[in-house]
Design a protein around this ligand. Structure first.
Ligand code: ASP
Ligand code: MG
Length: 448
């Protein structure tokens, strides 16, 4: 049975400064069911920390980054005056940060430690701002409950261990105090700090909601929900009031940057509804993602994801032989590479990988290419965009409009349809992709 508890997550822009944090504090104050608050690092901080993990700065450069991080936080502290418990914790955490930043070289584990500071800092500040708004709040170190493996940079949660730890260490605290905790970070079985990958705070919130049997998770960001496409690209883009878990998962995966792609998994496992709204405008509504009995057929959104890598692997020796795909995927899996689209023919395979800028780990390592190169001819193409049309029951026959007519205008490099009834995806040249999205949106989603 799910409780009435709500987990509220505030993203980086929602906790960017004192005013933004104060708006979020009002949201928490106005909803007594919110018992767990998950915060991101203040906007910009994680990017600074990523710079430090790249280990290209000399001592002066590292000091300058530390100062930049400090300034973002100090501007908030100047306006709140931390209670003794929080002031002490913050000071200690900051000196840990300075010590780590003084090292010229970092291990992978230390890189995760470095990346964790943003959320650790912001959670002190937000706890204080809640208190200043008459909300009884304490700071909770999420590493006590959010357990992961030790794949640093992109750790995988251990759902069972997280649940057990949350039931023992967190649930009992929720009675009368709001627990303010960190998104994005966790710890492995030895207690070493890990991170879930960029944008991982949404995922943290959903994992915690699952672990404490919350009724819903509210993701507060800087847009009033999930849009039919990026509103910066199409002025007529509209927020979608309701999405099924499947549709939302596809949207997050294929580029609607509003949600971390894995967020929907825990929510849909437990039937926890997810709300996405804007902390700037909480009254404006947003998108509710819920279990749906019947999904309405049709296309709801068009998204794009730039910086895709297309990997084409060809092996004439594999004609009529078996095991080609197994061999390829074993290697990719050994390098922990996640593949998005796949198309195959007898002796060749084309697949796409995400080459996200700002990723804390490169997607395609040379060593992996070398291993593949031992038995097939490998071509790597860059500067491609994956465009996805997302909805339910997307079948060519069922769609009112002739999709082929819509698509025939574009230079399509690869097309994927059929594995899921929720998407139809294709690759185009990056420089054309904005236009492609605008045109599809105009044709399929702007009809009255
Ligand atoms: N602070 C982390 C990032 O910027 C995690 C998050 O905000 O979701 O990627
Ligand atoms: Mg985010």
């Amino acid at each position: 049975m799910n409780s009435q508890y709500v987990v509220a997550k505030f993203g980086g822009t929602s906790v960017a400064d004192f005013e933004a944090m104060s708006r979020c504090a009002h949201i928490v104050r106005d909803n007594p069911n919110v018992r767990v608050v998950v915060v991101s690092a203040c906007a910009g901080v994680t990017n600074h920390l990523v710079t430090l993990t790249q280990q290209k700065e000399d001592e002066a450069g590292r000091k300058a980054v530390v100062a930049a991080v400090e300034n973002i936080q100090q501007a908030i502290i100047d306006q709140v005056s931390l209670d003794a418990d929080l002031a002490e914790g913050y000071k200690q955490t900051f000196s840990e940060f300075e010590n780590l930043a003084s090292l010229p070289a970092l291990s992978r584990q230390q890189c995760d430690e470095m990346l964790s500071f943003g959320e650790r800092f912001s959670s002190y500040l937000f706890t204080q701002i809640l208190r200043n708004n008459q909300v009884q709040a304490s700071r909770f170190d999420v590493r006590k409950v959010l357990k992961t493996d030790n794949q640093f940079g992109k750790a995988n949660p251990n759902v069972a261990a997280t649940r057990e730890a949350a039931q023992t260490n967190l649930v009992a605290l929720l009675g009368d105090t709001v627990q303010v905790t960190q998104g994005f970070i966790g710890s492995d079985q030895y207690g070493q700090t890990t991170t879930l990958g960029r944008g991982g705070s949404d995922y943290s919130a959903a994992l915690l909601a699952e672990a404490i049997d919350a009724s819903s998770v509210h993701i507060w960001t800087d847009v009033v929900g999930i849009f039919s496409t990026d509103p910066r690209l199409c002025v007529k883009a509209r927020p979608i009031p309701r999405l099924s878990f499947d549709e939302a998962a596809e949207m997050a995966t294929f580029g609607a940057k509003v949600l971390h792609p894995a967020t929907i998994l825990p929510a849909s496992r437990k039937g926890i509804s997810v709300f996405v709204g804007s902390s700037r405008d909480p009254q404006a509504g947003g998108t509710w993602i819920e279990k749906e009995k019947t999904a309405q057929a049709g296309i709801r959104a068009v998204t794009q994801r730039k910086n895709q890598i297309l990997l084409t692997l060809k092996s004439p020796e594999m004609l009529l032989a078996s095991g080609f795909l197994a061999r390829i995927f074993t290697i990719l899996s050994n390098y922990n590479i996640s593949v998005d689209l796949v198309t195959t023919s007898e002796i060749s395979v084309a697949l796409t990988l995400d080459n996200a800028p700002n990723a804390s780990r490169p997607e395609l390592e040379q060593a992996c290419l070398d291993e593949l190169g031992e038995f097939c001819h490998v071509t790597v193409e860059n500067n491609l965009t994956l465009v996805a049309m997302i909805g339910s029951e997307i079948q060519l026959k069922k769609c009112q409009l002739n999709l082929m007519d819509v698509l025939s205008e574009f230079n399509i490099r690869l097309i994927c349809h059929g594995a899921s009834k929720h998407n139809l995806c294709f690759l185009v040249e990056q420089q054309e992709s904005d236009q492609v999205v605008q045109s599809i949106h105009a044709k399929l989603l702007e009809v009255a």
